[in-house]
Unconditional design. Structure first.
Length: 275
């Protein structure tokens, strides 16, 4: 699918995506033309968690666009959410995808916040040690401690970073830090070439400086690895710490929410216009 930012998927990656983000295949749909050799027109998937659902992977193939397929998929996903009695329905749209954003607004979604997808290539230089708070103690965390700490975060994480997502990730590394003037913890998912889901929480001290110091420690340990942290709120005070160690804002998503107590008029009785 030609998303503004390509999201290539192999079968294994797709299965992992389903598992980590709690996608409910019974609440998801693929639109096929049964009279035309099951030609696929589009798909939409629904993640389901306690009290909320999340639309992801929504896409209509170019030959089927502007014919009502996207609307039919959204009808299905919104009605599933209603059927499941979930009060909140979330999604994200890549910044700049105005047709999709307007489409979601017409269906009752409202913009909540802007999220950054941040990357750090290993070639980025790290700040001088004198610019960082020195580490007084560093204690590794086991998985259960990681999950407990993730559940204590001050700010609401986005679906990708919710504690449920982390609880489905097979390998997590975490450490708790006491710094010269502050404290916090760090959790990430290691892989061969990349550190993923790099998450810092500041429990004492200046958000930017503590984040910078913990991240500086991390990237000194892994000088050859690329790093990614998805969906950091654009106004998050920790972002300055990420930037200081070489993360950059690679693209942005707009997070949107549909309050399911609002009425919804599905168009499902309308006959699907054919290609
Ligand atoms: C966004 C997308 C799913 C819409 O699917 P679609 O089948 O073309 O949508 P529909 O025909 O049901 O149109 C629904 C409404 O969306 C809006 N819309 C869709 N494409 C549009 C475009 N290119 N320009 C302006 N409005 C557009 C219109 O309001 C339209 O209603 P209308 O035809 O009555 O005016 C499709 O364009 C797509 O797959 N894009 C690439 C992937 C993507 O952006 N996914 C969403 C990311 S979260």
């Amino acid at each position: 699918m030609d998303y503004i930012v390509p999201m290539p998927m192999t079968e294994a990656r797709f299965q992992e995506y389903i598992d980590v983000y709690d996608l409910d295949l019974n609440a998801s749909c693929v639109v096929v033309d049964e009279e035309n050799d099951n030609l696929i027109h589009g798909l939409g998937m629904l993640g389901v968690r306690n009290g909320r659902s999340w639309i992801t992977r929504l896409g209509v193939l170019p030959y089927s666009r502007r014919l009502g397929t996207g609307r039919r998929i959204m009808d299905f996903l919104i009605l599933k959410t209603k059927e499941l009695g979930l009060p909140d329905l979330w999604l994200e749209v890549i910044q700049g995808n105005d047709p999709a954003r307007k489409f979601f607004e017409k269906l009752g979604f409202e913009h909540t916040r802007e999220l950054m997808v941040a990357r750090r290539p290993p070639t980025q230089t790290l700040p001088d040690e004198k610019q960082c708070l020195s580490v007084k103690t560093m204690a590794p965390l086991d998985i259960a401690e990681c999950i407990d700490l993730l559940a204590t975060r001050k700010n609401r994480p986005n679906w990708l970073n919710e504690t449920e997502s982390f609880s489905h990730v097979k390998k997590l590394i975490g450490s708790r830090f006491e710094l010269a003037d502050g404290a916090g913890w760090l959790i990430y998912e290691p892989s061969l070439l990349q550190l993923k889901r790099v998450t810092v929480e500041v429990t004492a001290g200046d958000d930017a400086l503590v984040s910078q110091s913990i991240l500086c420690w991390l990237h000194h340990q892994f000088p050859r690895l690329d790093a990614i942290s998805e969906n950091i709120p654009a106004d998050d005070p920790r972002w300055k710490g990420y930037e200081a160690v070489g993360y950059f804002d690679s693209f942005r998503r707009l997070e949107m929410l549909r309050d399911m107590s609002k009425p919804y008029q599905a168009r499902q009785d309308q006959e699907h216009r054919r290609v």
